[in-house]
Design a protein around this ligand. Sequence first.
Ligand code: UD1
Ligand code: UDP
Length: 362
Amino acid sequence: MKILTVVGARPQFIKAAVVSRELAAHDNVKEVLVHTGQHYDAEMSDVFFEELSIPRPDLNLGIGGRSHGAMTGAQLAGIENVIVAEKPDWVVVYGDTNSTLAGALAAAKMHVPVAHVEAGLRSFNRRMPEEINRVLTDHVSELLFAPTALAMDNLAREGIVDGRVLAGDVMFDAAIFYGERARNTSRILDDVGLRPREYALVTIHRAENTDDHASLKEILLALNEVSEKVDVVWPVHPRTRKLLQQDEFSRLISPRVRLIAPVGYLDMVVLEHGAAVVATDSGGVQKEAYFLKVPCVTLRSETEWLELVHSGWNRLCPVSSSTTIAAAILDGMGSTGQAVNLYGEGSAARLIVERLLQSTPR
Ligand code: UD1
Ligand code: UDP
């Protein structure tokens, strides 16, 4: 069986790492890994291939840094060429990025079955590009690997019943598999000069928080306020970095807020583990905070991972005034949630590969 895997953005490298490892354990499976090039800085891409031991991509299409239409369209055409050349039995896509949609659409139009890992997530906010990507991807997929029961229900509500599999979350697999390696190798706390439980870890990259300049300013002012009480460290995503370099924003940031370059996954896990609180708009980081039992404040109006909110591990803080945001982050410190098991047993990748091997495309 030949599997064509399409990845392109940081969280997809982490998700695909655990599934690729599982695929490699089967002699009768050949995986062809295509990187769309959506993320291209070494610290957004190469570092993950190196430290997570992901096989080098068979092909990098080099298509990143463009508008939604230009990027998705070029990726679609590029992936179509690869499908023509490789004739895969399945195309596997991850998450909700433009690369996900391009891979799914290219395959579906060529009658190659699509397997979607992390299917069924919904924010019910169609202004998010990710929501469009995930809804469309789910509707052209034959196998839909849902991480949670809620995701399974979301699919059923849209009439997608066949092909759903409650698989658990591959990011949980990754956290377990690489967690020990992270603790043994990362020196990030010493490098940045941080003490466990004495800092807030921040990540911000959503379009709604960055492209909206008023929101970004309130977030920056809130972080300044937080940094008066506790250290703040922020590995800055390139989308956000480009904005923070502009005068309008750079003059607002207190030197107490430590801006650092994006870090590799192993360093990130250690930063998350040591944090007193995580403030983020990232999907993956919300869950990793829960895996590591660290309180999380999500700077958004809604989340696709509602079970984190219901179990008390995550608090939503819609971006309004800086004072409200700062108070939410500081209040989050020391809070805990219920002892619940939300994302499976750490065997999602194995289950996904087993189902792929068993499934004859419809
Ligand atoms: C994308 C995904 C988002 C995901 C995020 C993970 C879409 C629509 N969005 O958002 O769902 O949460 O990845 O991080 O697919 N850039 C660089 N260097 C890089 C990567 C990006 O400079 O290595 C710049 C791009 O040139 C662009 C900006 O960052 O100007 C945004 O990149 P893009 O891939 O369009 O979206 P993300 O915000 O990364
Ligand atoms: N991450 C990382 N380095 C960073 C920031 C995030 O390795 O500097 C990891 C993080 O641990 C998680 C994933 O990237 O596994 C989340 O990706 P991101 O926040 O870019 O996207 P999202 O999950 O929101 O789609």
